[in-house]
Design a protein around this ligand. Structure first.
Ligand SMILES: Nc1ncnc2c1ncn2[C@@H]1O[C@H](COP(=O)(O)OP(=O)(O)OP(=O)(O)O)[C@@H](O)[C@H]1O
Ligand SMILES: [Mg+2]
Length: 349
């Protein structure tokens, strides 16, 4: 607890009563195999790999040589050899389709309150995965974060998960007043709602990474309560990284750190079946002549680590437009919605 305070967690603690058996324990598989067991990988390389988030044989087995070259500054032939050795050593742990289907059935979908938005993303924001919203200022990235922070707390029948929330605030955008307003519109107790959101301000990129790592303690503690953590918001995922690593020379460093940060978040998402919602800014792409001249910050590192990517922009008459990009199993689609006191609302055609 005291550790979290040092990190600046202004958390409200929900008393953990009569700890029950943690359901989640069952989904925690056997310890992942360490990369130190790989023949031919020296201590220095192992350390570099670990720093970049490649800390298990599985993470290496599924990596591409280019990725390792980029984040670990090693030669391509070395990268290929490491990947091949990791693949040969790894028990690929086949699961049957039924196992996977069962795991998919544990996924909870968090509703945004807009039918059109929910439909676009297959019924709501998924637990067990990272969802990324990117777009220009005012496009509603932070508004969606606030809406989810409240709606996650609703019962499952109402599109929530009976969960609690961790909000990692990298831009000082968290507004308790807005949470209160949304809760009141949904006719739920605003004070209780605020109590179920643990907010941590991140002061720089290293601090943000540390907070993400330390959230596991809080998640474990809440797992045993009747309000397990079902949502982690990171708003914004990239702004500190962008400010801390300026210029081309630091790009590789920045991508390496971002990759590590996202691996931490991904692990939490899948291990504890919670939804990670991250926001991301866009930058101008001056060489674009057709289509939208903007691109998400963080490039392919952020893109590949997010299972669902949504591009947000301002629409006509104060509306917002969401576009699903690169979903693994849903068609690219668009939706129109409006931001109101209650959160997100559908736009009548
Ligand atoms: N209660 C409300 N009712 C209607 N609109 C609101 C309400 N609260 C905020 N908004 C609108 O939401 C928009 C801000 O969106 P948001 O802060 O989510 O943008 P963002 O994408 O996070 O931008 P940035 O990149 O600057 O962080 C503003 O246009 C504001 O008018
Ligand atoms: Mg914002």
């Amino acid at each position: 607890m005291s550790k979290l305070k040092v990190l600046g967690m202004q958390q409200e603690v929900v008393m953990v009563e009569k700890p029950k058996e943690t359901k989640q324990e069952t989904s925690t598989k056997s310890e992942p195999q360490s990369i130190d067991t790989l023949p031919g990988v020296g201590a220095a390389t192992a350390e570099k790999l670990r720093e970049a988030g490649f800390d298990t044989l599985m993470s290496l087995a599924v990596a591409s040589p280019a990725e390792l070259v980029e984040v670990c500054a090693i030669g391509e032939s070395v990268a290929k050899r490491i990947i091949n050795v990791a693949r040969s050593k790894l028990d690929m742990g086949f699961e049957t389709g039924i196992d996977l289907l069962k795991r998919r059935q544990e996924v909870i979908r968090l509703s945004t309150g807009s039918k059109a938005f929910d439909a676009m993303i297959g019924g709501g924001f998924e637990t067990g995965a990272i969802s990324e919203a990117y777009g220009e200022f005012g496009s509603s990235k932070s508004q969606i974060a606030h809406v989810l922070a409240v709606r996650t707390q609703l019962p499952v029948e109402q599109g929530g998960s009976n969960g609690s929330v961790i909000f990692i605030d990298g831009e000082s955008t968290f507004r308790p007043e807005r949470i209160k307003q949304i809760a009141e519109s949904l006719k739920i107790d605003p004070i209780e709602t605020l109590k179920n959101i643990a907010v941590a301000r991140a002061f720089n990129s290293d601090h943000q990474m540390l907070i993400a790592e330390k959230t596991e303690d809080l998640i474990k503690q809440k797992m045993a309560s009747d309000r397990p953590v079902r949502l982690i918001v990171v708003d914004s995922l990239t702004s500190h990284f962008r400010a801390d690593f300026v210029g081309r020379g630091q790009l590789a460093d920045r991508q390496q750190k971002l990759n590590k940060h996202m691996h931490t978040l991904m692990k939490l998402a899948s291990q504890y079946n919670l939804c990670v919602y991250v926001t991301n800014q866009v930058m101008a792409k001056p060489d674009t002549f057709f289509g939208d001249p903007t691109a998400a910050i963080g490039g392919h590192i952020v893109g590949h680590n997010s299972q669902t990517r949504i591009y947000l922009r301002k629409g006509k008459k104060g509306t917002r437009v969401g576009k699903l990009v690169d979903s693994p199993y849903l068609a690219d689609a668009e939706c129109i919605f409006r931001i109101t006191d209650a959160g997100l609302e559908d736009v009548e055609e």
